[in-house]
Design a protein around this ligand. Structure first.
Ligand code: NAI
Ligand code: MG
Length: 335
């Protein structure tokens, strides 16, 4: 029996997680699901953003399925971001975001790209100083983080028969920091059976639109990966279709790329596809390959039947959409 901790979070977090859990529970999986409370709504209930008991629950599990969290708009004393905390606590260094157009009539371009994003350093160290009207941001790039990320990306390409890996950087300007990442990339790619390519980050953003089928796998630094993956999600139909997994040496966390969407929270119209596809990644991680493939096929089949939530031009509510997916779990047709 595997153990999965589940954080619903804020806003539409409980809606997309609730819908995904309904589908997972209908699949009779060898998984025990345990709830862990975190975030802004948790704070208003318990006085804590990240309760110690929730950390313990997550620590006792094999991996975590995470909804979304609302960040406070102004600085709140004692606030700690649960997602940044978990990435650090479990050293989840590789953030994987597969972006695939779910159906030919959705999105703008026919993209099928995996983005491997560094998840622990770069611009996201949050070290900023203000002195005499000058704000200085410290940006950290280490050889260790670059090397393990590139190795992760190579391994991912090998596991998924991806024949080309593209290093995305800006080393023409950031010669030392991005230059280090680029150098490590070419060192690690030496003698591999995968074509090594490179693109400057601005060109990589353009290439997703102008030459989408050439893009197979980008390996990149934290901020670039964050921005490129939102662009990629928009190109394939919106954030509601973009899953992600963050992996460390011995733990992984799966979450939709989108946030808590306060503008539609509580309306029952959130698109749970990104969370469902994150659950597919989770089942693969747990070595439940047949279940992963069964769920993935049902999601794509349902979308191809024209069953859509309102962000994708449909009229299905979150719960009804998942009901259709449950009905499709045992259909033989695939995507
Ligand atoms: P967002 O991703 O929550 O929403 C952006 C737009 O996309 C909104 O119009 C929203 O309605 C729509 N949208 C997002 N997910 C959707 C879904 N599943 N179905 C249908 N429509 C969807 O980004 P935003 O508005 O910038 O941030 C809202 C809050 O979420 C903020 O507090 C932000 O800090 C937080 N956030 C949390 C993340 C996390 O938990 N990992 C990631 C990104 C943002
Ligand atoms: Mg983002």
């Amino acid at each position: 029996m595997r153990k999965v901790s589940v954080v619903q979070g804020d806003g539409i977090g409980p809606e997309v997680i609730g819908a995904t859990m309904a589908v997972l529970r209908s699949m009779d999986l060898p998984i025990e699901f345990i709830e862990a409370d975190m975030g802004l709504e948790c704070h208003s209930r318990t006085g804590e953003y990240i309760p110690e008991s929730s950390i313990e629950t997550i620590r006792s599990s094999d991996c975590c399925l995470f909804g979304a969290i609302t960040s406070p708009s102004s600085s709140m004393p004692g606030y700690r971001s649960p997602i940044l905390f978990l990435r650090r606590e479990f050293d989840l260094y590789a953030n994987i975001r597969p972006v695939r157009r779910p159906s030919p009539d959705l999105g703008l371009v026919d993209l099928d790209l995996t983005i491997v994003r560094e998840n622990t350093e770069g611009m996201y160290t949050g070290i900023e100083r203000e002195e005499n009207g000058v704000v200085t941001l410290e940006r950290k790039v280490t050889e260790k983080a670059c090397r393990r990320l590139v190795r992760y990306a190579i391994d991912l390409c090998q596991r998924n028969s991806i024949d080309t890996l593209t290093c995305v950087h800006k080393s023409n300007v950031l010669r030392r920091s991005d230059g280090l990442f680029r150098k490590v990339f070419f060192e690690e790619m030496e003698g591999r059976d995968i074509v090594a390519r490179e693109l400057l980050v601005d060109a990589a953003a353009a290439a997703m639109v102008t030459r989408p089928r050439e893009q197979k796998c980008y390996v990149t630094l934290n901020l670039y990966g964050d921005i490129l993956s939102d662009e990629a999600a928009a190109l394939i139909g919106g954030l509601g279709f973009a899953p992600s997994g963050s992996y460390g040496e011995s733990f992984a966390l799966f979450e939709p790329t989108h946030g808590s969407a306060p503008d539609i929270a509580g309306m029952g119209i959130a698109n749970p596809t990104a969370t469902l596809l994150s659950a597919v990644m989770m089942l693969e991680y747990l070595d439940l390959k047949n279940d992963a493939s069964r769920l993935k096929k049902a999601v794509y089949l349902t979308l191809n039947e024209g069953v859509r939530t309102s962000d994708a031009g449909g009229a299905f509510r979150t719960g009804d959409y998942c009901h259709e997916i449950i009905l499709n779990l045992d259909k033989k047709d695939s995507c």
